[in-house]
Design a protein around this ligand. Structure first.
Ligand code: C5P
Length: 318
């Protein structure tokens, strides 16, 4: 992490990676106006609940299934998913309006978003949805935006949206929008655990400033990560760099350390926070079964099994 800039953003150096946990955005042309319907789909690994046979086991199952609904309320609709704004604040609609304004598009679109990526957890789900909306409108109305214009629109929607457009593996510099494509030494599998508590990205960056953490070793780190892009990148090397955001957690630090220790206990060697958190992920060996790791994991954080992908978006026309 580098210094805060005059525009309020921070210089960063971060590796981005597309993975197989994805939302789906359906777009159907309409005469005018943009609308959005959101459907939530739980993509977490199924965990054994209430394994004790007989009525006791059954009771436990019922208790656990009911617990979250009564305890959480608010935005939460399950262990991993919480409601995102369905109105004008949603990144899909913000992206659509921006495309319409900058191209003069007069037609409208009915969007349906199938939301599987946990929100506010540093997994880039909102950015992926915004990028998908740009691509969908471009294709639906043959706007012929081209790569450079798509990228210029993306960066106005968020620092991570340019990567969401491009996908694959990349080093993100600047505020995250300057992308250097990277070749992975080999595809990998990873496990992601998502705590119930979430982090606001802006707040995490503020903490970095307050604690004066950003500049520690910035220049030499920057040189080092840039060198890493010259060759095929081993995921372990990238993970070895750590994540400065882990030091900005404040009161949540003990929860994070507990989750990291529990992931280590099931064989995940170097668990790391994703982006500004709160999700934590780690590589899983090709011989190890996700189901087995999920069974041994102690905790009620939802777990997601993912593999690395060379593509960010897959466009399907009907
Ligand atoms: O660009 P995006 O909307 O995703 O960023 C959310 C917030 O995170 C920004 O308003 C800013 O406070 C902070 N941020 C930052 N430096 C970055 C990226 C984001 O300070 N490189």
């Amino acid at each position: 992490m580098g210094p805060r800039r005059a525009d309020g953003y921070h210089e960063i150096a971060t590796f981005f990676q597309s993975v197989s946990l994805a939302d789906t955005l359906n777009a159907a042309p309409a005469r005018r106006g943009f609308s959005l319907r959101i459907v939530y789909e739980d993509a977490a690994l199924r965990r054994a609940v209430g394994q004790i046979p007989g009525p006791a086991g059954l009771r436990r199952k019922v208790a656990r299934a009911r617990g979250p609904a009564t305890r959480w309320g608010g935005r939460s609709i399950g262990p991993a998913l919480e409601r995102v704004p369905a109105g004008a604040g949603n990144l899909v609609l913000r992206a659509a309006r921006l495309v319409a304004r900058s191209t003069g598009l007069e037609r409208g679109t009915r969007f349906t978003l199938i939301k599987r990526i946990p929100t506010r957890s540093g997994l880039g789900g909102g950015s992926a949805d915004a990028a998908a909306a740009i691509v969908a409108l471009d294709r639906l109305f043959a706007l012929r935006l081209g790569g450079a214009r798509r990228m210029a629109l993306a960066v106005r929607l968020g620092s991570d949206v340019p990567f969401a457009l491009r996908g694959g593996t990349a080093l993100g510099l600047g505020r995250g929008e300057r992308l250097i494509p990277v070749r992975l030494a080999a595809p990998f599998r990873a496990l992601i655990a998502v705590p119930r508590w979430r982090v606001s990205t802006a707040r995490a960056f503020n903490q970095i400033d307050l604690k004066n953490l950003g500049l520690t070793g910035w220049a030499s780190n920057l040189r080092f990560v840039q060198k890493l892009t010259a060759r095929r990148l081993k995921p372990d090397r990238a993970l070895g760099l750590g994540n400065t955001m882990e030091r900005a957690l404040g009161a949540r630090r003990s929860d994070f350390l507990s989750l990291r220790a529990r992931l280590r206990a099931v064989g995940i060697r170097n668990p790391l926070m994703t982006g500004s958190g709160s999700a934590v992920f780690g590589l899983i060996e090709s011989r190890t079964s996700f189901a087995e790791v999920a069974r041994r994991f102690k905790g009620d954080e939802p777990l997601f099994a993912v593999r690395s992908l060379g593509l960010g978006q897959r466009v399907v026309s009907r």
